[in-house]
Design a protein around this ligand. Structure first.
Ligand code: GLP
Length: 244
């Protein structure tokens, strides 16, 4: 789906998420959302906050799982995804504190594997993700599933690509400060989501969007796995779609 600009596109995506939340409320069920960080989803979250305020959409029945977190990372650090999610969304809506989950960047190395397994299990016990929001890295990563990730990969500790660390360097005040690892939801759980929406804005995403949609499915570009998902939509602005 190509929109004139990211405002219009983000509003449409927020409306879709709001609809899922409302319809789950009518069924008396939780809405299980997979959420993303990065600059791409910011306007979607801003629009959800507006809908919460102006249309009284409640998030009491939302249970959310974020895709990823740097490792190691303290939750209150400037670059933490926990902090990002609170500032961009959670602190402005009525989601109960016990209802949102992010990978934990403060675990001891020996605790990571068990944590990842529990993270997945919690999602599975809720019947999987109703909706997964994604951005895309310049190298085609989704979440922090870097090139080389298997289609059946599970939630795990990932070594970050140099490209990914370079792209994050500004946020960390230099490459040397960017963590070398992150915990990411696996491709397998993303592929099990009932609906997947990937956002991309701007000319700098045009090349990787072309590869992700029109290129061969390959572990070198993990976003190409989405070609095999039965209910996926790439939501783009005109610049990101310019090489299609
Ligand atoms: C980071 C995140 C990804 C995100 C990507 C793109 O690597 N872990 O989940 O999709 O950045 O970020 P942006 O939306 O700022 O382009």
């Amino acid at each position: 789906q190509i929109y004139a600009d990211s405002n219009e596109a983000s509003a449409a995506v927020a409306r879709e998420i709001a609809e899922i939340i409302r319809s789950k409320q009518l069924q008396g069920k939780p809405a299980v959302l997979g959420l993303a960080t990065g600059s791409s989803p910011k306007k979607v979250y801003a629009e959800l906050i507006r809908i919460h305020r102006e249309e009284r959409l409640s998030f009491y029945n939302v249970i959310s799982f974020n895709l990823d977190e740097y490792y190691p990372m303290k939750p209150d650090a400037l670059q933490s995804y926990m902090r990002f999610m609170k500032e961009q969304l959670f602190d402005h809506i009525d989601i109960p504190k016990a209802n949102y989950f992010l990978p934990d960047g403060t675990l001891a190395p020996s605790q990571v594997a068990a944590f990842c397994q529990e993270y997945e299990q919690r999602i599975d016990e809720l019947g999987g993700l109703d909706f997964q929001l994604l951005g895309i890295g310049r190298n085609g990563h989704i979440g922090f599933n870097e090139p080389g990730s298997h289609v059946n990969s599970k939630t795990r500790l990932m070594t970050l690509d140099l490209t990914t660390r370079i792209d994050a360097a500004l946020d960390f005040g230099g490459l040397a400060n960017v963590p070398k690892k992150a915990i990411t939801l696996g491709i397998n759980q993303v592929m099990k989501a009932k609906r997947v929406v990937l956002l991309a804005w701007g000319e700098h995403k045009a090349k990787i969007i072309h590869e992700a949609i029109e290129g061969p499915v390959t572990d070198r570009v993990p976003a190409t796995y989405l070609q095999g998902h039965a209910n996926v939509q790439f939501v783009l602005d005109e610049s990101a779609a310019s090489e299609l």
